[in-house]
Write a protein that binds this ligand. Structure first.
Ligand SMILES: [Zn+2]
Length: 78
């Protein structure tokens, strides 16, 4: 499903930028036009529900977003 693909792309993007908060708009912009912003937004909502390793925060653009943290429980491959 397209949604699952988007979620995994978003997850990898956040994981590539540990400790940096990104909002859905900035992630969508970084991922390019092939990834619909609405799908990114939905995926980030899903990821937020699954924290850790994702934690809420404020993006550099001022919007609320998510970041990947390394402080996941031991043994977790996150
Ligand atoms: Zn942003």
């Amino acid at each position: 499903m397209e949604f699952d693909l988007t979620e995994s792309v978003v997850r990898e993007y956040l994981r590539d930028h540990p400790g940096e908060v990104r909002c859905a708009d900035c992630v969508a912009r970084a991922l390019g036009p092939d990834v619909p912003g609405s799908a990114v937004s939905t995926a980030m909502t899903e990821l937020a529900d699954r924290r850790p390793p994702f934690a809420p925060g404020r993006c550099s653009c001022g919007a609320s977003g998510l970041m990947f943290t390394r402080s996941a429980e031991p043994g977790s491959r996150a």
